[in-house]
Design a protein around this ligand. Sequence first.
Ligand SMILES: NC(=O)c1ccc[n+]([C@@H]2O[C@H](COP(=O)([O-])OP(=O)(O)OC[C@H]3O[C@@H](n4cnc5c(N)ncnc54)[C@H](OP(=O)(O)O)[C@@H]3O)[C@@H](O)[C@H]2O)c1
Length: 245
Amino acid sequence: MSVRKPVVLITGASRGLGLEMARLFARRGAPLVLTARGAAALTAATDELGQLTEVVALAGNVADSDHVERLVRAGEERFGRIDALINNASTIGASPMPALEAYPLDLLAEVFAVNVAAPLALAQRVLPGMRERGEGIIVNVTSDAAVQGYPGWGGYGASKAALEQLSRVLAAEIEGSGVRVYAVDPGDMDTQMHREAEPGVDLSDLPGPEIAAPAFVQLVLHERAPFGRFEAQKLLVVAGWEARA
Ligand SMILES: NC(=O)c1ccc[n+]([C@@H]2O[C@H](COP(=O)([O-])OP(=O)(O)OC[C@H]3O[C@@H](n4cnc5c(N)ncnc54)[C@H](OP(=O)(O)O)[C@@H]3O)[C@@H](O)[C@H]2O)c1
């Protein structure tokens, strides 16, 4: 990426990993384009981050194609471009998560709309500009549920497996364009999503998202080689580089 500060679009930036990444980019002065559904939490995040950098924030659902268009357009109008897209927003579907034997198919469609179709829609929207500039990065946040057979995690896990494959194929399709594509697993974190995924389970021994966030920022800013496993963060780059170990 050029010397200028990259314009970074992060979905799901109102809490958890998305907010931690946004905080780190903001400290580096990178202009931010942020979204999440809940307007109050997004406004609180914007107020905080706005002390450090320029922020465009728009509340809405990433599964809504009109919202995707409004969001990217708002970022482009304010900053002229999107250099990095981090598809971080995600849903587990329902809490507790239903076993596959009784998994409601409309819920499965909802999970795939948020976790698979929305990241692709955002990628499709930002790719032409990135291709034109000959640089850019798309990071899709995945999970080990994509490759492990955890009971109850089938709907979410299948969507993350689809997101990883989509990342892998997209990386191959745009090879040589200068645009990098990764699927990155941050490892287990104590966040709202994880607490909803495992209600009643004590997750206090898990690291917070601030442990994984720096590696995402370093990957975007070319400060870290995208090798397989970043031991400390349990961060795993799946697509565009090497397969999960
Ligand atoms: N926590 C873990 O252990 C873990 C492990 C592996 C991978 N991950 C992945 O890490 C990423 C971040 O998760 P997290 O644990 O940080 O979760 P989190 O703390 O619950 O944060 C999720 C964020 O996404 C937003 N969001 C959810 N659905 C959305 C939608 N349809 N449209 C727009 N925004 C939406 C949420 O805000 P609103 O609800 O207001 O929309 C929130 O800002 C996810 O991709 C997750 O799959 C997490």
